[in-house]
Design a binder for this molecule. Structure first.
Ligand code: ADE
Length: 280
């Protein structure tokens, strides 16, 4: 049985920021096909004062403004119930780091209640932050998309929606799409080429034109390991590797050619890296 749509309930002061991206190709199609639903709520609509104020000065002084608790509680509780009947995720640089496996966790959830509702609330902070009582009494999870500070949580919420939606079966054209991605296997992805076979004198590696699917698969695996070795050695500490993968990695470790982490150079376009000429 197909999964019910994954529903994102997004609470923000800037709903208009989301529209263009949600109407772009893959997410638009996923929404039209009922795989993903995104509902946007403007927190300002739940203010009760004449000026629709959503922020105020911090107690104790200091710069910046703090988002007031009343409109946030009112918005979330009126849409989600009190207490909210689904996870409430605050986008904040203080949250746990968002990764491909957190995206998977959000897409497939573990709590039995989530299985039925498949609903996630995303709360976008602005200004200096939100009143701490929101964090303590309304929010159930906090996510950061990286160690930098954005002007608000909106871009982070889009990142979470996009990366999570890609896991849902049917969202990508290729059924294995998300499984091959960089990070899904714990490694960076292998290099891709398309036509023409030669462009400005730069050729596509011969092996990709060979039609030998077994050797192509092995070459791609080794390229993934090589790239990860060059760019993100930390990932190799936890990536699941076969015996054959480990042998290849050991060769890399003893080779001086690939000794230095290198984020700029591409692997040679000769078909195979020097260590992999004869792998089956
Ligand atoms: N809001 C501001 N900066 C952020 C970040 N790095 N991740 C998530 N939300 C944020």
């Amino acid at each position: 049985m197909p999964l019910p749509a994954l529903r994102f309930e997004v609470f923000t002061l800037f709903p208009e920021v989301f529209e263009p991206y949600l109407h772009s190709s893959i997410l638009q199609r996923a929404r039209q096909r009922g795989l993903v639903e995104v509902n946007l709520y403007n927190i300002r609509d739940w203010t009760t004062d004449r000026h629709h104020i959503t922020d105020d000065e911090p107690y104790g002084g200091g710069g910046g403004m703090v988002m007031k608790p009343e409109p946030i509680f009112a918005a979330l509780e009126s849409v989600l119930g009190a207490p909210p009947a689904c996870p409430v995720i605050l986008l904040t640089p203080q949250g746990r780091t968002f990764t491909q496996s957190v995206a998977h966790e959000l897409a497939f959830g573990e709590a039995p209640a989530f299985d039925q509702t498949r609903r996630l609330a995303l709360l976008c902070g602005r200004y200096e932050g939100v009143d701490e009582r929101v964090r303590q009494h309304l929010v159930s999870d906090q996510i950061s998309i990286g160690d930098y500070v954005l002007t608000g949580g909106e871009l982070a919420a889009l990142v979470v929606i996009d990366a999570t939606a890609r896991w849902i079966p049917g969202v990508l054209g290729d059924p294995n799409g998300a499984l091959d991605d960089s990070h899904a296997s714990g490694l960076l992805e292998y290099p891709h080429y398309t036509r023409p076979p030669e462009f400005r004198g730069w050729s596509v590696p011969d092996i990709l034109l060979s039609g030998d699917h077994g050797r192509i698969a092995r070459w791609r695996r080794e390229q993934s390991i090589l790239r990860t070795w060059q760019r993100r050695r930390d990932l190799l500490e936890t990536a699941p590797l076969s015996k054959l993968d480990r042998k290849f990695l050991d060769q890399l470790k003893t080779s001086t050619v690939y000794d230095e982490p290198d984020v700029s150079s591409e692997t040679p376009g000769t078909g195979e890296s020097p260590q992999t000429p004869d792998t089956p």
